[in-house]
Design a protein. Structure first.
Length: 384
């Protein structure tokens, strides 16, 4: 049955409106937004005092709830997709780590076999973080599996995934990277640059070859330099690119987050979590792929070397952090966690905004930016 949402604020695709009514059609898709003086006839669900936002889109996430894209079976992946509704995520790209070619093939086959069967947050693609990285900035990636880019190998993985594999992060200084980027982009794949020792010129060459993103900017790459510009400088300077950003307060300190968002504009920042299996779990011992990890004080670190090993961040927390740190308005913070990541991954037709005839995946937020309720296809699926 078609119904209408009444609330104090609506974060629509191109504007934010005070009050009014949002139509949710009986097919689980959005209809029109009506202003406060255009009260429609029909069932109205009243959220006076609360705000309505699009469901969040996490395009770089490895796990949570002790589930891991690299280790979990399909039942575990579906448990993960259900769990993400608790953090306001309604669409996501399961993200791999660097691993052996056979392991990555098996993961692609699993996702390809079960494409469209998830019952929670929607799997809108698959993101390969690696294996085409450089050892110096591998971070928590296992260096023994690092390779030069190979388009034939990548296409074999992509075929096995039934076309789900639609994003890859790589290091542009690897042999053959520019040629690989050019071919992958022709196929509609999104290429992001990261886990790299590249200088400014190498990063720029990767972008001009067709890459459009930087992977968890400032992490897994050399720091910015005013004498010898690096990939970090390229992320700051280049036009028309999207930069992923982990806003947990540990990976990038709030002062740099503020400066970077002011520099690029929120329309070029995609908030991600890079969350691993310890997300929504207590402190203790976990693993990242084959590498042992410990979680303490809100951080996941490798036991060997103490590098940060992904995060335990949830995307709704990143949105709240951005607002609480006075980095951006609620409107901009939500855009950075919904519209921008969806657009960056070429899935904006499926998710990322409130617009007519898009799936009615939306959130009910409190004015302090905490999550109250998550809807999927117009049905309430989680209440805080």
């Amino acid at each position: 049955m078609t119904y209408y949402i009444h609330a104090d604020k609506f974060f629509l695709e191109n504007t934010t409106e005070e009050g009014g009514y949002l139509e949710v059609q009986d097919n689980g898709k959005f209809g029109f937004y009506y202003r406060e003086n255009e009260k429609p006839a029909g069932k109205i669900i009243d959220y006076t005092g609360q705000w309505i936002a699009p469901g969040l889109v996490d395009t770089h996430v490895h796990g949570s709830l002790k589930e891991d894209v690299m280790k979990s079976d399909w039942q575990g992946i579906n448990h993960l997709s259900e769990g993400f509704l608790r953090s306001g995520v309604t669409s996501w790209l399961p993200t791999t780590y660097t691993a052996g070619a056979d392991t990555l093939m098996q993961i692609c086959q699993m996702f390809g076999k079960h494409k469209g069967e998830e019952t929670g947050a929607k799997i809108q693609g698959l993101h390969f973080e690696g294996p085409y990285f450089t050892a110096e900035h591998a971070g928590a990636e296992n260096p023994k599996y690092l390779l030069d880019p190979d388009i034939d190998q990548f296409n074999a993985w992509r075929d096995a995934s039934s076309g789900l594999l639609n994003k890859i992060s790589l290091a542009p200084e690897r042999k053959g990277a520019k040629e690989f980027i050019r071919e992958a982009v022709k196929e509609g794949v999104v290429v992001s640059l990261g886990h790299s020792s590249s200088n400014y010129e190498q990063a720029t060459d990767g972008i001009e070859a067709g890459a459009t993103m930087f992977t968890h900017t400032f992490n897994g790459m050399p720091d910015p330099s005013h004498h010898a510009p690096t990939m970090s400088n390229a992320a700051m300077a280049l036009n028309n690119v999207t930069a992923e950003l982990i806003c947990d307060g540990h990976h990038v300190k709030p002062a740099l987050v503020r400066a970077f968002v002011q520099l690029k504009g929120p329309e070029h920042i995609a908030l991600i979590t890079d969350c691993m299996e310890a997300g929504m779990m207590p402190d203790g011992d976990y693993s990242l792929g084959e590498l042992p990890v410990y979680v303490k004080d809100g951080m996941a670190r490798l036991k060997d070397g103490d590098n940060l090993a992904g995060s335990i961040l949830q995307l709704n927390t990143a949105v709240k952090n951005i607002v609480d740190w006075n980095v951006a308005t609620p409107e901009a913070a939500i855009m950075m966690a919904s519209y921008v990541p969806a657009k960056s991954a070429h899935i904006l037709d499926e998710c990322g905004s409130i617009a007519p005839d898009k799936a009615a995946d939306f959130l009910v937020l409190n004015p302090d930016m905490t999550l109250s309720e998550t809807y999927l296809n117009g049905e309430s699926r989680y209440q805080a």
